[in-house]
Design a binder for this molecule. Structure first.
Ligand code: NAI
Length: 322
């Protein structure tokens, strides 16, 4: 299935051509890197290539295509592949994007361990599986790490790089450089931890959001506005730590002024919510008033979200490199 121009020598093999595999393929191509896209189900690859062509055409039309190459040039860098050995042959990086199932990923990595070179990086897109579990026992484990993207990866640049205790520092460095080359924003998680950093922050926010609604402090709709019209406005540009630094005369001044108040409030936080029962019903109903939960409404809202993210990405790119 791979065409001559799609040779991935020195390029990337993307294993699994679902939602995330397609996005990675587009991102690597945007960086001018040849991609071989493999899936256990060849129909998925055909569908992915069609979908990527349509996406790239739309992105080019709206001026949001990433990278210096034209859509056609980028498309010519992506080749489908129905043979995993052929997909990884000569690749400098393998990006695994199969479903979030530990056993399935372990089986795939055992297969890849037997065919991969000693100088290729094997990187998993896993959202929450620990790399020490994913890569345990592999001969090439020093070359393995998690590179966790954020949905939708084409519009949200963060990638969490998560090594396990035996990952070679050079593996992380190379992946960091590769992510920078394709325009993503990698962060180094120094030691593996459940939920990595993004989901730990996200779950802390979701947890308190849920408790505030459960306790009748604020309605579900208003709770979301607290983020989208308040905290989220600045969090697209500066993080919580820089926010502290700027909201006083520097970090130490902020700690001096606000630490007692923060600790007092934090002590009132309740236990971990169950995310079920009456509160789940209440939140569900409120969300469905805004976005009915049938596939068409959900898809339309996701498209709207992606268009907003595209515009935000443009705005952010204008203010680089601060
Ligand atoms: P998906 O279900 O859309 O795609 C998975 C693809 O893998 C399918 O095309 C399937 O045919 C293929 N596949 C299954 N077994 C295979 C095998 N043994 N070899 C090759 N291909 C195989 O899944 P999605 O959403 O793309 O997720 C992939 C990974 O990315 C998961 O680990 C997920 O946790 C992670 N991720 C997902 C995000 C999301 O929002 N969907 C965000 C960040 C990471």
């Amino acid at each position: 299935m791979a065409s001559p121009e799609s040779s991935a020598a020195g390029g990337v093999a993307v294993i699994g051509s679902g939602l995330i595999g397609r996005s990675w393929a587009m991102l690597f191509a945007a960086g001018g890197i040849p991609v071989r896209l493999y899936d256990v189900d060849p129909r998925q690859v055909t569908g992915a290539l069609d979908n990527i062509r349509k996406e790239m055409t739309l992105l080019a039309q709206s001026g949001s295509l990433k990278g210096a190459l034209s859509a056609e040039e980028q498309l010519s860098l992506i080749g489908g592949c129905s043979d995993i050995r052929e997909a990884v042959e000569g690749a400098m990086h393998i990006q695994e994007c199969v479903p979030e199932d530990l056993e399935l990923k372990q089986q795939l990595f055992a297969q890849l361990d037997g065919i991969m070179d000693d100088d290729v990086v094997l990187s998993s897109s896993s959202s929450c599986l620990l790399p020490s579990k994913l890569f345990a026992g592999l001969a090439h484990r020093k070359q393995c790490l998690v590179a966790h993207p954020v949905n939708p990866p084409y519009h949200v640049p963060l990638v969490e790089l998560v090594p396990h205790p035996e990952t070679a520092p050079a593996t992380v460095d190379r992946t960091h450089a590769l992510m920078r080359k394709i325009g993503q924003s990698p962060v180094r998680i120094m030691k593996e931890i459940d939920g990595f950093a993004l989901n730990r922050l996200q779950y802390a926010v979701i947890s308190e959001a849920w408790r505030l609604v459960e306790e009748g402090v604020v309605s579900p709709g208003d709770l979301d506005l607290v983020m989208s019209e308040g905290l989220g406005m600045r969090y697209a540009f500066i993080g919580p730590l820089e926010t502290m630094h700027l909201n006083a005369e520097g970090m130490l001044s902020y700690c001096d002024r606000y630490s007692e108040g923060m600790k007092r409030v934090l002590k009132t936080f309740g236990p971990i919510p169950e995310f079920s029962g009456a509160t789940a019903e209440k939140v569900h109903q409120a969300m469905c008033v805004k976005v009915p939960d049938d596939p068409a409404h959900l898809a339309a809202r996701r498209e709207w979200r992606d268009r907003c993210l595209m515009r935000l990405a443009k705005l952010k790119s204008q203010r680089k490199p601060t």
